[in-house]
Design a protein. Structure first.
Length: 254
């Protein structure tokens, strides 16, 4: 069964310990849901995620890239077999308020439903200048991958040629996906920008479902309003079709 992109949505907050929004909808079969989380704050203890949920379901951390010198952290969390339907996305951090806090949710169909092993490989990177790169040495044919990159300051990011960018809410942060990768080998997730600035990045590759793999048919239950429910100073957006570039907007730099 081939992997396919399902949906994406995003929310952000400034000087907050929580990002929450009600705009993400999951559909299809053999599902997986990723949260790509990006934080910029000068207090290292504030950039720690305590929990991430989709409705009543909890996600687990896949990979974390952190650099205390750069005041940047990015993480990827996942949920295998999320309930279908629309539910609230919530991500909480520990410590004090995070100066710049973004969350992007992305769901896919046609994914291996074995929760303990459906991530083929993950990796992180950090540096001081463009390009942002991270390599994934895939071992399963037709893997797909997601990445989450965060750059200090007001930078416009350009996504790598084989990736599809998901519009994030703050210039200097990028989320994308790529696939399928065939034959197996290294997938390089990348972003370029100018001028030079510090960055962190994280990525993971995930496996396609086999013919016998089926996710449960449960539906998400949530009381929803037409507009997103957000933490103070937060905003949200949803998109069924990913955009080709990251849209400029304000960013907090150290």
């Amino acid at each position: 069964m081939a992997i396919a992109f399902d949906n994406s949505s995003s929310g952000s907050g400034d000087a907050t310990t929580q990002v929450t929004f009600t705009s993400h909808t999951v559909g299809g079969s053999n599902r997986i849901l990723f949260f790509c989380i990006q934080m910029e704050d000068s207090t290292d203890a504030d950039r720690v995620i305590t929990d991430a949920t989709f409705g009543a379901q909890s996600l687990s951390q896949v990979v974390r890239s952190n650099n205390d010198t750069y005041n940047l952290t990015t993480e990827i969390w996942k949920l295998t077999a999320p309930n279908t339907g629309t539910a609230t996305v919530t991500v909480n951090s520990s410590g004090g308020n995070v100066a710049n806090f973004e969350v992007t949710a992305m769901s896919f169909t046609g994914v291996d439903q074995t929760d303990a092993s459906n991530i083929d490989v993950s990796n992180t990177g950090a540096g001081t200048d463009s390009p942002v790169t991270v390599g994934l040495a895939t071992t399963v044919d037709n893997d797909w991958a997601v990445d989450s990159a965060s750059v200090v300051g007001n930078r416009t990011l350009t996504v790598g040629a084989d990736q599809t960018a998901i519009t994030n809410l703050v210039t200097g942060d990028g989320v994308s996906y790529e696939g399928p990768k065939t034959p197996t080998g290294t997938m390089t997730m990348s972003w370029t920008y100018t001028p030079a600035a510090n960055f962190v990045t994280a990525a993971c590759a995930f496996k396609p479902a086999t013919g016998s793999s089926q996710s449960p048919s449960a539906s998400a239950s949530a009381s929803l309003s037409p507009s997103a429910s957000l933490s103070p100073s937060a905003s949200a957006s949803a998109s069924v079709s990913p955009s080709a570039s990251v849209s400029p907007s304000a960013s907090v730099s150290p």
